[in-house]
Each structure stands twice: as C-alpha cells, then as structure tokens.
Design a protein around this ligand. Sequence first.
Ligand code: URP
Ligand code: ZN
Ligand code: ZN
Ligand code: ZN
Length: 510
Amino acid sequence: SESSQFCDAGIGYGESCGVSSSSSPKLLIKGGTVVNAHEMEVADVYVEDGIIVAVRPNIKVGDDVTVLDATGKFVMPGGIDPHTHLDMEFMGSGTIDDFFSGQAAALAGGTTMHIDFVIPVNGSLLSGLEAYEKKSKKSCMAYGFHMAITKWDEVVSKEMEIMVNEKGINSFKFFMAYKGSFMINDELLLQAFKKCKSLGALAMVHAENGDAVYEGQRRMIELGITGPEGHALSRPPVLEGEATARAIKLAGFVNTPLYVVHVMSIDAMEEISKARKSGLKVIGEPVVSGLVLNDSWLWDPDFITAAKYVMSPPIRAAGHGKALQAALSMGTLQLVGTDHCTFNSTQKALGIDDFLKIPNGVNGIEERMHLVWDTMVESGQISVTDYVRVTSTECARIFNIYPRKGAIRAGSDADIIILNPNSSFDISAKSHHSRSDTNVYEGWRGKGKVEVTISGGRVVWLNDELKVFPGSGKYVEMRPFSYLFNGIGKADERYLSSLKAPVKRFRATT
Ligand code: URP
Ligand code: ZN
Ligand code: ZN
Ligand code: ZN
C-alpha cells in the first residue's frame, strides 16, 4: 500500500519526508474518555518525553503543546500483541513482514507493542537471540521477545538462565507439534518446566499432539487428499485438546504456571476451563483468526484463497469461534493475540500439490484491535474496560511490564490510541500495511476505528497516515516472577509437608 512511511521504497526514511525522527513533542489529549482495565473517566492526558505525566480533567497547557481533541472518543492503552512471528524462517520460507513492515502495520491498527518468538539457531538460544537482535534493529515501536526451545541439554538449560537474568526474556515456548523440526517430547517438557519454574519464567506451549498429527497427515495422503482442506482434516480438535490437557497436567505436577498459545478449539478451551476451576495457574490465549473465522474457506475451490487460511492449530468449524468468544467474555481465556505469521500467495503456492508444504500462518497484527472491538464490544459481549484488559493490560501483567505498559496513568509509557466508536473500518489487502498481497479478513467492514496511535509519545498514525522510522523502536526487557508466580512457594511447602515423615519399616532378622 502507498502511504507516507513507504515513500522512499525502503531506503532513506525520516528526514526525506520532512519530518524529524527523534523529536517527541509535548502532547495534550483533550476531553476523551480515558479507559483502563478497571475504570473509565472523562479526563485529559498530558504527555512529555514519551511518558504520561498527568491524567485528570481540565489540564491547562502552553502554546508549545500539540493538542489532540478526543471528545466523544475513547483514549486507551495501545494494544500489546503477545504472539507474532516477524521475519521468521519457517517451513522452507520466510515470513513476509519484517520488524519494520510488521510494526508499521501494527501501529496503523492501534497496536504499540508486540512480543515476538525468537527461534534458536541449531538449538542455540544465544545464536538465536543474536539473529533476532539484528532483525529487530529496524523496529519502529516497542517490542519484546519470548524464546522458543527446540531441543534440550545442559547448554540450553544454562542459556535459559542467561536469557532470564541478562537478556530481558521471561517466557519460553515449547512446541508439542511440528514433529521432526521444533517438537520436543514429554520427558524434555518436564525438565524444561522445572527449569522455567526455578527461573520464574513462564512456560508457553503450542499444544497439538505432534505424533498423532503426523499419523493424520499420512492418513490424508493415503486417501489422496492433498489440498488445503487436508490440513484441517489431519489435525482435528481432539489432538489439540489432548496436548492441552497433557501440558496442563505436567505443569500442574511441577507446580509452575502455564500459558497455552493460540487456543483454537472448544476441546482445548474446556481443558483450560477445567484446570482454572481446579485452581491451576493456566492462561489461555485465543487468536483473532480463531475467534472470528471458520474453516469453510479451506474448502474453497481456489487454491490461493484456501491456502491463505492454513495455520496451526487449524481454524476450526463454525461454533468453535463462538465458544472461544464466550470464554473470553467469561474470563476463561484472558487475552487475545494474533500469531501474525504472514506468507504471500507466491509462498503459499509452495504447497499447490501438497498441503504439507503450505507455509503455516495468517495475518492479524494490524487487524486485531479493530476485530476484537467489532466482534466483542459492538456485539455487547464485553465492556470497553474489558476490551482494554484483553488487548493490552492483561498481557502487560502476565509478562511483568505493567504498569509501564497497559495503563493510561502518570508514569506509564505514552503508548496510546484514540478510538472513535462512531467511525468504521474496512479491511483489504489493497489498503493494509502488511507486505502480504492477501488478507484473511478481506472485505470485513466494522464499527469502531483507531483514528490516532501514539507510540513512545509520538503521533505515528493520524488521518489514515503513518509516520514511522526504522530504528526508532525500543526493546522492552521483561523481568521474571510475574504475578502468576505468587503463591507458588507456599503451595510447594504445603505439598512437602503433606508427604509426612517417611514410614519406618523393620526387617525381621532370623
Ligand atoms: O501456523 C502457525 N501458527 N504458524 C506460526 C508458528 C506457530 O505455531 O505459532
Ligand atoms: Zn520520504
Ligand atoms: Zn504455535
Ligand atoms: Zn505462533
């Protein structure tokens, strides 16, 4: 798409556009309804040097302050996307959005921070991080990292300590699927959960039974089903439910909190619900595609149309999405991600003769804020304050960066959006800011539009125009021992004392 940030076709941004990249003006956002996760009030928001300085009615300022009128609109913390894959090598291809184009798209849609998954290089976390530090140099907004773990040994275990204690990473993702590449078995999962617990780091799982998925794929090939529908048929909801239950039980056995990424099915959601009712610390993350789409597209006769919906776990039959929405509104699921992992139609065409070769992933980083508003708030399923909780605040709490992020209050970073509930948005590959030539939400029109995005105190999105600069982004370090770890030690003590003293047994001597 043509907009100001791409005016130099990839080189020499910033000064050439007649806008200075570094200045962070004083801002006053006037007369809006300021929304936080647990309250809202009509107030002004005053920003200096990228930080929110004051939030109260009738703030008076001098002529040197830029004033944005937010009367009749909502002033909210910028969105935080807990789950993205920018510039990732995956399935013989590379995601089309890098740390600049993906973040530019995010900002145009009201997301001001994302947490991306570092993929180790040959199992090495340090090499993986080094690679991602390079990739992310062109960032234009706040970002953090999770670390994926793809093998297990003493070196990896030691590197996890370095990640947590020196590199600002407080979460590790384990793949129970992708047999032959990322998948790790239960024995390693247990070791890794123990390590996460000792470090105060959050264990995250991609929960699908990888061995059974492999079997399902063989079955499809035997039946001669080679199209995108074979993807969904080969990995049904039961395999997601099984792995979710297994991960939950193993994390419970170790007594460490667990975060289940991309919850796509009723089966997985029910396991999370059961676990939370029994007191386990389990977080469930639905993604936008799972909430609002259904699998009917996978049967589309046009290959490219069908292939763009291929992601794992698969987008499910209608009914699953509705149930996930209800679970989100009830609090069974806590926050919404995207799993933004975009491949263009040429890349998707790698699998034209074999669904196993279709790179897995869909877009969403730009669309998430609008689609959650339209689907959840406009429909009356959640309140405006809950919207802030599920799109921003809860993510900040889970990854231990609250209230620096996820709040409109004095002292917090000035990552702010202004949403007009009376305006509307349109989604199309023609106008979106991702580099992909397709969009899984093509043609979606809905109510509620992010009219202004402020990132680190700078207005970066206004009047449908982006002003972003590669290199202006900030890495956000995340400390271990989030609130999810409160009470873990007490529960361990109670467990140990319940074992009582060892039974003394006497052997008869003859
Ligand atoms: O299909 C997906 N989800 N691609 C990204 C990798 C992952 O499993 O999150
Ligand atoms: Zn320019
Ligand atoms: Zn995954
Ligand atoms: Zn993912």
